[in-house]
Design a protein around this ligand. Structure first.
Ligand code: FAD
Ligand code: UDP
Length: 394
């Protein structure tokens, strides 16, 4: 009955929205986005808590940062960003330290002042047992970067809680995201641009889809309507790749996070947005206090109250939200098989965090979508180039 759209996108997260916006705005295509949740935005979705008026990131704290000029310029078409600079503190054995590993932490942890050169010499001595280039797992890599005492205090327990896997069995790449600084600079990110969307994530993401050629159909599971579109129009699929193929090669493993939200009767619970709990025996990994992400909104927040979230990490089971790819050797073997299947799937491209089974930050999801648009979709729709996935790699 309905006329077929030019393009169907499964998933209204940042990847799907970027593809939709480019195809509608630049190519004038009619785009249909199918989203199974009751809202768009994917995991970056947020809403104001009605009691306190504090913006809560419903799928975990989302901090935007990028060094990619094109992504920054693109994001700024839909929102302005505040000058928020993310900082993280870590609690260990009753003391609070300034993360990431920096001169303040080294001085405090070892109980004496070090110049940058003295700190480098100390860490060089403590990290000599492993060489970074040849480290084969997370534990070796971390020790090679920061030495055993700091590893045992700040990484071992936290990583064990977050991954429920011994750090010797985890991939060394997980830790490349943790900078080590021999200065007092304690910004969590090292990117050129950083900030939070001035009027919230949902306003930003809604504007991306606000185009007469884009229809977003919420609470619609692609698998229930797939026959209407498969083989008839190009499909960009950003859901879990294993689910697309009916888990035929086995399920890929994911970690999920239980987010326990509560409103506490205080103006200020912890004085900052994020405190990590580095002791192994504290069951949660961190506490988020959302109002600190927007100090410029202080007057709009209900006084005497604050919204906090305790995060607990665990392996995802059926029905849980898949958050972080676990990426064991077994998963990688399955992924190779899914990539082969994807290559053979006509008129379907796989993208985004779930579709490629890759941890992507928001700027990476946008960047990958812009590349897919440039390299695959635009040539297909403007020059008739064949639409092939070439494997799952946006
Ligand atoms: P998603 O946002 O996951 O969107 C996919 C969408 O597809 C979902 O809405 C889903 O409901 C839908 N879908 C799936 N299957 C179907 C189906 N069968 N039918 C219809 N719809 C379907 N990034 C940062 O840059 N900074 C951060 O601080 C940050 N923090 C994060 C914290 C957590 C806990 C997590 C999990 C991620 C974080 N990220 C962060 C990453 C960020 O969430 C991702 O970059 C972004 O979500 C990727 O967008 P996406 O479109 O690929 O996937
Ligand atoms: N990590 C750690 N201690 C910390 C913070 C991070 O050991 O205090 C390690 C841990 O293995 C984690 C990884 O660094 O999985 C990445 O941390 P990040 O906070 O960037 O992860 P995310 O916010 O994505 O959960």
């Amino acid at each position: 009955t309905d006329q077929l759209p030019d393009l169907v996108i499964v998933g209204a997260g940042l990847f799907g929205l970027t593809i939709a916006e480019r195809c509608a705005e630049e190519l004038g295509l009619r785009v249909l986005i199918l989203e199974r949740r009751h809202h768009l935005g994917g995991n970056a979705y947020s809403e104001r808590d009605p009691e306190t008026n504090v913006e809560v990131h419903k799928y975990g704290a989302h901090l935007f940062h990028t060094s990619n000029e094109r992504v920054w310029e693109y994001a700024n078409r839909f929102t302005s960003f505040t000058d928020y600079r993310h900082k993280v503190f870590g609690k260990y054995q009753g003391q609070v330290y300034s993360l990431p590993l920096n001169l303040a932490l080294i001085n405090q942890f070892f109980g004496k002042s070090h110049t940058p050169d003295e700190a480098r010499a100390l860490i060089a001595e403590q990290s000599a047992e492993f060489d970074t280039a040849s480290a084969t797992n997370l534990e070796e890599k971390a020790i090679s970067l920061i030495g055993r005492p700091l590893y045992e205090a700040f990484i071992k327990g936290y990583t064990g809680k977050q991954w429920q896997t011994d750090p010797t069995e985890l991939s060394a790449d997980i830790i490349t995201r943790l900078p080590v600084r021999y200065t007092f600079q304690n910004g969590w990110f090292s990117d050129t641009y950083e900030g939070l969307p001035v009027d919230g994530y949902t306003a930003w993401l809604t504007r991306m889809a606000d185009h007469p050629n884009i229809e977003v159909r919420l609470e619609t599971d692609f698998f229930e309507v797939a026959d209407d579109y498969k083989g008839k129009v190009p499909i960009i699929y950003t859901g879990p790749v294993d689910e697309y193929f009916g888990n035929s090669e086995g399920r890929l493993s994911w970690r999920t996070v239980d987010l326990e939200e509560s409103v506490v009767d205080t103006d200020d619970f912890q004085g900052t947005g994020v405190v990590n709990y580095n002791d192994q025996d504290v069951p949660y990994t961190r506490i988020i206090e959302f109002k600190h992400f927007h100090p410029e909104r202080e007057k709009t927040h209900l006084p005497g109250k604050s919204v906090i979230v305790h995060e607990y990490s665990r392996f995802a089971e059926e029905g849980d939200e898949p958050y972080y790819p676990v990426n064991t050797a077994d998963d990688r073997a399955k992924l190779i098989k899914y990539r082969e299947l994807a290559k053979a799937e006509p008129m379907v491209l796989f993208g985004g965090r779930l579709g490629t089974y890759k941890y992507l930050d928001m700027h990476m999801a946008i960047g990958a979508a812009l590349s897919m648009y440039d390299n695959k979709l635009k040539p297909h729709f403007t020059e008739g180039a064949e639409l092939t996935s070439g494997g799952i790699d946006a």
